[in-house]
Design a binder for this molecule. Sequence first.
Ligand code: NOJ
Length: 579
Amino acid sequence: MVAEGRLWHTSPVPDTSLTTTDQSHTSTTGAPDVAAPSGLPHQWWRHAVIYQVYVRSFADSNGDGEGDLPGITARLPYLAELGVDALWLTPFYPSPLADGGYDVADYRDVDPRYGTLGDFDALVERAHRLGLRVVVDIVPNHTSSAHRWFQQALAAGPGSAERARYVFRDGQGPDGSAPPSDWHAVFGGSAWERTPDGQWYLHLFDPSQPDLDWGNSEVHEDFLATLRFWLDRGVDGFRIDVAHGLAKDLSEPLRSVAEDGEHLLSAIGGHNHPYWDRDEVHEIYREWRRVLDAYSPPRMACGEAWVHSPARRALYVRPDELHQAFNFDFLQASWTAESMRAAIVESLAASAQVGASTTWVLSNHDVMREATRYALPPGTDDVPWLRAEGAPPIDLELGTRRARAAALLMLALPGSAYVYQGEELGLPEVVDLPEDALQDPVWERSGHRERGRDGCRVPIPWSTEGPSYGFGTGGSWLPQPASWGGLSVAAQAASAGSCLALYREALGLRRRFGGDGELHWLAGFDPETTLAFRRETGLTCVVNFGPAPLVLPAGEVLLASDELAGGALPPDTAVWLAG
Ligand code: NOJ
């Protein structure tokens, strides 16, 4: 059973065409990147492994219980040794933290709790010296209500130029006391909030995150300035928050979304929803691409676009737009050969149509960690269910086994992989955080029905003991479970069969066998229970989703996600072979 209105879930609808009203555009850049053979240094993202650092939870250098930039800098050698190519930093900008920093009050500074601009420069410099690229998050759909623009808008009143940067409207009904439309917020409730003077403003997320109006040229100019600000400081790329939400159909009367029901993050039909995945959004990314291409070497951008099909996602990575878009179909695929194969085949086909490389994502700071997710009964994946009265205990050992196999599958695929901090440690979701510790706005906005995403944001354990398992010298802003010591970096670094050891070995081998080489499915395996493919680079990957051991194909075993039983591949296990 799937909980109604649960977060970050869309229903992918197979759609193999690139049907859109926006096909006529020709490249303004001459598309040099896509036409060129892969492997050129400036196309590093095409097969990079990018490690997501959730800044508040990675490493705390000053003992205040929250992670910070100097903490990350000190841990960069760990990432270099792990073997990733880049890190993506979640927002570290000044923010009231109503939504974990995705409520930005100033786009061109560092929140004092995370450090200073000088700390940021030091981080970039150290990362580059270690051969790691740095990607930062940009949040263009909405600002924080604490942003100076929004404060000016409230003060200036209806009809002002200050309000025109956001989406203000009069309400419906004789006294305007009903919201301007039935649009709903992702975090629950109406997407409209009333101001003291009676007007309403739009917020597709929390009321503290007012949506910007991308029909306003001032908004465009300001974000171009923000991009340049960070590019000039040396960043290698951007992750774009809610990339599919910026363009809105604000023509009057505002259209109803009644028929879209619980599909909160994307439109079912995909093409003409009033605010999700509208074709006009692509013009913004063409504008941004021109800025990215003006740097030498050109910089990259990856969009967070929750769209309804791989084909719609591919539109974001056309040659003159973004370089990458997160592949959430892979993340949402269930643990079956059929579901995983469909996500892989459709994603590769859609990306190939536009000459882009594919991304692969198993987890991030918004979804349940995969060690827990893969242990749930089919069709069930929400934390409220786990805490429901009478819910059967989940088999974490099974989930972890599958998560390890999924890692080898992901890292064997052509394209780029995103690894969320703690994934390499096999951390489970923390499902029993005390209610008074919960900070995700979802908890309050859902009337305490949805616990939200804090369970995947619990600070990283670095050592086997200590007040916050080495996260810092003090406590930690979310309580860590007692099992964290055994899952810590220190514990796993010392253990040959650990999840950390598996990731390290896999990432090392990927440097030899990765790259852009095509994937060929191998014949002779039962498609219901097995994924088996060979990369042109010489790597063969076989994953057993079935209940019985499989006979291994010929070839030298390079790595297995768990112990092999003689010449057989046990259930829920993946293997890499050479040849
Ligand atoms: C997507 C981010 O990943 C999520 O954490 C945030 O709450 C929303 N966008 C709103 O910015």
